[in-house]
Ligand binder design. Sequence first.
Ligand SMILES: Nc1ncnc2c1ncn2[C@@H]1O[C@H](COP(=O)(O)OP(=O)(O)OP(=O)(O)O)[C@@H](O)[C@H]1O
Length: 381
Amino acid sequence: MPELNLKSQHASSPAVSPPPGTGTGKPLSVTDLRKTYSGLTAVDTVSMEIAGGEFVTFLGSSGSGKTTTLMMIAGFCEPDSGSIVVGGRDVTRLAPQKRGLGFVFQQYLLFPHMTVWENVAFPLQLRGVPKAELRRRVGETLEIAGLSAMARRRPRELSGGQQQRVALCRALVYRPPVILMDEPLGALDKKLRDQLQTEIKRIQQELGLTVIYVTHDQEEALVLSDRIAVMRDGLIDQFDTPRELFERPRTPFVADFLGAANFLPGTVQQQTSEQTLVRLDTGGLLNARSQGGAEGAQIRAAVQPGRLRLCTPGDGFCTGTVETVTYVGTLVRVTVRPAGDAATGLVRLELPAGQAPVIGEQVSLTADPDDVSVFAVEGGG
Ligand SMILES: Nc1ncnc2c1ncn2[C@@H]1O[C@H](COP(=O)(O)OP(=O)(O)OP(=O)(O)O)[C@@H](O)[C@H]1O
């Protein structure tokens, strides 16, 4: 893929000058959106406010309601109730083509008999854009996506990644106020995905687009998004920045889905307004910043593998024996069998490779209270 020099252009003049009033993404708000399919609730009162120019991702496991929510915003699926407002205009009952939104799906849906140029020009022709204007816009859009040299090719003469970029161009070319993308990189291999993620993010920032993106890939969501809505069973568990989701997960599901957290069982020993002191089932004491409930309440303390550290014996909240050590580039993944409680299970750590312990070594573990979240155990006092 040709390296685009959008960064340097960004400071002075954007690579594409957005037509007045249409180039920058518009805000979007969704209120109490709900959809059921013969008794099954696919989306359950989803509400959110998205700012103009924001990149928002719906992240969740299969069947959590991501696509249904996106399709309701797009207009391809009628909500049972709720409303959708784009740039101050209520579009809830409008046909998809009247909402003026752009779409990019996993299937590229390019016209096979048309060239790249013709595919990208198509939405402008539909809208009756004058020829000179059309030529300028198609040319600019292809350039942004690094496709100018391929304008005369047909889709079958392109790689999967190139075809997906054409699909992206087709959505970008008429500068919609919001672009909706449903797993657009789902069919591509990892390397191409990484490349295109960078391209999508760069173009989005360059043009100030509002993007709503659907994926079940946590890493992709973290790389691309200003904010992520983590969905489960048709509801948004948490809608926050990647950092907040990672550092302050509000539910065990978010802690687990975002970072494959360790969950350590214990009881609240002392609760102050600032901290929770937890007596772990393994015997040690662990401080957490978040609220854990009344003293004696059963909880689970969640901490991400990358936030655990090795420490000198006696300083940590738990000791244990190293069971596995796996090198992953500059990091090492370590599992530790904690002493004191067989039910706690293995604790997973991610350490800089230079700090790797050896299998069989006795280690002590510690964590900063800011990195520990505490969740009540349902029915647990
Ligand atoms: N047309 C339909 N008819 C009946 N049930 C549907 C229909 N579309 C979706 N569902 C159901 O609604 C729920 C949410 O589906 P949805 O496709 O929104 O989930 P998703 O999070 O996008 O999943 P995936 O990642 O697998 O695409 C699922 O239980 C699904 O089976």
